[in-house]
Ligand binder design. Structure first.
Ligand code: GDP
Ligand code: IMO
Ligand code: MG
Length: 422
């Protein structure tokens, strides 16, 4: 039997591109959906049949009852938040235990990791990253320092292992003079540990490779986006995991030759949450309009998202770093009412215009081209034949710049508002 393939769906900018919506939309075409990076810093929104869910650690393939969903080894998991997220789904009628498998190698986020996250942010003062406060950085740091706790650890002598790592964190927090009380949080966290023991804790890399041998199709669901990748993003204003295509291989234990399509997902304009350079950021009424119309308030933290026009320098860079084979453009409807639309085609640095991503984008000035707006409602459209001329020109401009086709255009948050281009 022919080997199966792993297709990757990756956010290729600063996250919140609409990954949840498209993974849910794609799920019927796959046998397995697997998350390979990140944890509860993610917030993936899925809307269908008048219902809305925001998933953090659970893959977005969970609404299809026939599919296996896997939290891969590259992920970090907070048991208390996982319990709350899972219960919400169970209460809504989705059974999870048989079809949601958790890698034994995924790292556990302890309550004290969250304290450390906040303590380190406080220490940075005005240079803070603006993290989600979910303990992501400290957990991945412990993983790299080889002191972390993994999901598989909950099966043997867990209390002892937990006490050792907690004590280590307590020493660090005491050095930082950080005051905290995690009594209640820790109680819920331990409840989460007990709940996780009811799930299939799996050697996910073995399981996934067996699926491939059986010819099954796997969709790897990205979290965050390329510009937040620990290696390729706007370091140090990034998350702590490998969010790019290479992260699919390490975060799931899959060899590169099994990767098939790489879907790169982006919004028709740009957003960013948290600190860090953002050359296309608009501080004017246009930025406010994008935020208001696009409802750009974070799904996890509720913070305002910073907004600007589409950045083709970043998009082209991400296409290259990930080997994107198809693009998916989201939230196109948000641009419906603009007379003209700008796109950033270069950065001006010290008087010179560059089109390749520089080492540091701080202080870069965005250089724009202006295209006509379409000034009509896209939200009721169901096929590309209905697209206005100006939207087709916008699409073609992007495709010409990055040399990759835009295969899907999303025109609303609902599962159904998704248009395939042929
Ligand atoms: P993710 O983290 O990449 O899954 O994206 P988020 O869920 O954080 O943010 C995407 C937001 O845009 C969510 O509120 C979605 O419901 C919404 N959304 C997705 N696609 C579209 C679209 O085409 N149009 C509009 N207006 N909203 C969309
Ligand atoms: P999804 O999967 C947008 C940002 C945070 C912060 C930086 C580091 O929903 O697209 P962290 O808590 O990871 O240490 O924060 O990364 N960030 C995200 N921004 N979408 C996300 O996930 C994000 N996950 C982290 O705002 O700037
Ligand atoms: Mg999100």
């Amino acid at each position: 039997m022919a080997y199966g393939k792993v297709d990757a769906l990756l956010g290729i900018v600063f996250g919140d591109e609409g990954k949840g919506k498209v993974v849910d939309y794609f799920t019927p075409q796959y046998d397995v959906v697997a998350r390979f990076a990140g944890g509860p810093n993610a917030g993936h929104t899925i809307i269908f049949d008048g219902k809305k869910f925001v998933l953090r650690s659970i893959p977005s393939g969970i609404f299809d009852p026939d599919k296996v969903n896997i939290i891969g080894n590259g992920c970090v998991l907070a048991p208390d938040l996982f319990l709350a997220e899972a219960k919400e789904l169970e209460d809504a009628g989705y059974s999870l235990k048989e079809r949601l498998h958790i890698s034994k190698r995924a790292q556990l986020i302890l309550p004290t990791h969250r304290c450390l996250d906040r303590a380190y942010e406080a220490l940075k003062g005005k240079d803070k990253i603006g993290t989600t406060g979910k303990g992501i950085g400290p957990t991945y740091s412990d993983k790299a320092a080889r002191v972390g706790l993994r999901v598989g650890d909950i099966l043997h002598n867990f209390d002892e292992k937990y006490a050792t790592l907690k004590a280590r964190h307590e020493r660090l927090l005491s050095d930082l003079h950080y005051e905290y009380d995690i009594t209640e949080e820790e109680r819920k966290w331990m409840e989460g540990i007990a709940y996780m023991r009811e799930f299939k804790l799996t050697d996910s890399e073995v399981e996934l490779n067996n699926y491939l041998k059986e010819g099954k199709r796997i969709l790897a669901e990205g979290a965050q986006g390329t510009m937040l990748d620990i290696d390729h993003g706007t370091y140090p204003f990034v998350s702590s995991s490998s969010t790019t295509c290479g992260g699919v291989c390490t975060g799931l234990g899959i060899a590169p030759q099994h990767i098939g399509e790489v879907f790169g997902i982006f919004k028709a304009y740009s957003t960013r949450v948290g600190s860090g350079p953002f050359p296309v950021e608009l501080f004017d009424s246009t930025g406010d309009a994008l935020r208001r119309i696009g409802n750009e308030f974070g799904a996890v933290t509720g913070r305002n998202r910073r907004c600007g026009w589409l950045d083709l320098v970043a998009l082209k860079y991400a296409v290259t770093v990930n080997g994107v084979t198809q693009l998916i453009m989201m939230k196109s409807d948000v641009l419906d009412n603009f007379d003209s639309i700008k796109v950033c085609t270069g950065y001006r640095i010290d008087g010179e215009v560059v089109a390749d991503m520089p080492f540091d984008t701080e202080g870069c000035e965005a250089v724009y081209e202006t295209l006509p707006g379409w000034k009509c409602d896209l939200t009721h459209m169901t096929s590309e034949e209905e697209f206005p001329k100006a939207l087709n020109s916008y699409i073609r401009f992007i495709e010409d710049y990055v040399q990759i086709p835009i295969r899907i255009v999303s025109v609303g948050p609902d599962r159904k508002a998704t248009i395939i281009r042929h």
